[in-house]
Design a protein around this ligand. Structure first.
Ligand code: 5RP
Length: 221
């Protein structure tokens, strides 16, 4: 199986896990990226079993609507039962790096709003220590230089993601060279940099369940 087929397998495992919990009034939170896209396509096939979705990006909202799944504003729904999304890295504690697709802020908001966070990945995303994947940080445009200097002081090498504006109208700085041994502490520290909107460490609110598809099958932890 190639990497895309493995992503599809992880999405299938998540749908099988969720199917028994879907009810007429269930709202599903939906992530962003190629693995989340597989999940959207699968979820659309059981559209009659739940109420609708909240999306973490304009791209996912468009895909959901195109497939006939109603998309609600997060502020308009009383409850998000579950959030399903991919990741750029995941460790044994289900802590993640996310934001490779630039949607980290809305992803973190929808994940925090959901009662359960299900992460779906192909097994190449599993790491012992987070940080080989450059850490995305969303910044207010006028604070680009200020935040960049603060990230350098923390030992990283910041690189502005060329030509990218987020759905929130901000910029993304990718931070290379971090070895993240204490994800919760670094997540909190980065949150304190003035001008930072959000960082791609998902540790304070880690995934509750991970489905990782590899050549030998889907592992769950
Ligand atoms: C987008 C994300 C994605 O979940 C992450 O980049 C993984 O993407 P893919 O499923 O395409 O490998 O965080 O902001």
């Amino acid at each position: 199986m190639n990497q895309d087929q493995l992503k599809r397998s992880a999405a299938e495992a998540a749908l099988a896990y969720l199917l028994p919990r879907l009810e007429r009034d269930t709202i599903v939170g939906i992530g962003t990226g190629s693995t989340a896209n597989h999940f959207i396509d699968l979820l659309a096939s059981v559209r009659h079993l739940f109420d609708g979705a909240v999306a973490s990006s304009n791209a996912s909202a468009q895909r959901l609507r195109r497939l006939g799944v109603p998309v609600f504003d997060l502020n308009a729904v009383p409850d998000v039962a579950v959030y399903v999304d991919g990741a750029d890295e995941v460790n044994a504690a289900r802590q993640l790096i996310k934001g490779g697709g630039g949607a980290l802020t809305r992803e973190k908001i929808v994940a925090a709003s959901a009662r359960e966070f299900v992460c779906i990945v192909d097994s190449s995303k599993f790491v012992t220590t987070l940080g080989a994947f450059p850490l995305p940080v969303e910044v207010i445009p006028m604070a680009r230089g200020l935040v960049g200097r603060a990230l350098r002081d923390l030992g990283g090498q910041p690189a502005l993601r060329d030509g990218v504006t987020t759905d929130n109208g901000n910029l993304i700085i990718d931070v290379h060279g971090l070895r993240i041994t204490d994800p919760r502490a670094l997540e909190a520290q980065l949150n304190n940099i003035v001008g930072t909107v959000c960082n791609g460490i998902f540790a304070a609110n880690a995934a509750d369940v991970v489905f990782a598809a590899g050549p030998e099958g889907v592992k769950r932890w």
